[in-house]
Design a protein around this ligand. Sequence first.
Ligand SMILES: N[C@@H](CCC(=O)N[C@@H](CS)C(=O)NCC(=O)O)C(=O)O
Length: 214
Amino acid sequence: MLKVWGRNTSINVQKVMFAVGELGLPHERYDVGGPFGKLDTPEYGMLNPNRLVPTIDDNGFILWESNAIVRHLSQRYGRGTLSPADEMTFAKADAWMDWSLTSLYSDIITTCFLQLVRTPAKSRDVAAVDAAARRVGQKLDVLNRQLAGRAYIVAEHPTIADVAVGTLMYRYFNLKLPRPSLPNVDAWYERLMARPAYRQHVMIDFKPMLVDGA
Ligand SMILES: N[C@@H](CCC(=O)N[C@@H](CS)C(=O)NCC(=O)O)C(=O)O
């Protein structure tokens, strides 16, 4: 059985679990990291020397790095569904996975989420949040154009591209941020929110993560 280490409030664990849910894989998830700790044990260090979550054990095959995990699980268990069967379409989906990290992750998570949720208002860098939100809006315009006439990013069904980019969208749409009007992105986000795996593993209220004074 697939084992997944990582608290369900971690964005990178949510990404892996969204894929696990879409693929319908039997699994056990262990709460480690954040308030649960246990990342500093010798046992966890053997699994993941970075001492971060997520980590998986897929029937004896250990892997860390959430995008690599999503690609591995999808290629092993989701050929033709999450992992496009056609090599070129797979390459396009893979590009959008990288794009989610290089174009969105830092602004949405490292700046907006950490500033608005994990930083007291009195210490907040409001200018940095505004600038990050503006950049994300510009980047999402690229996605908006990609989604014209398509239900999902590279296909008519969700792929690894939607897993990686889509996981970030719950936080983007639920943080108090200025957002441009992007109708195709909005419609795609609605489609994601209708999916049971997205609801169960990504749409996890982050209000309990608010620090005092945030
Ligand atoms: N690039 C890594 C990043 C992993 C990462 O930064 N994980 C964070 C949670 S999102 C973590 O383990 N933080 C320590 C903790 O949760 O205690 C990946 O995508 O898997």
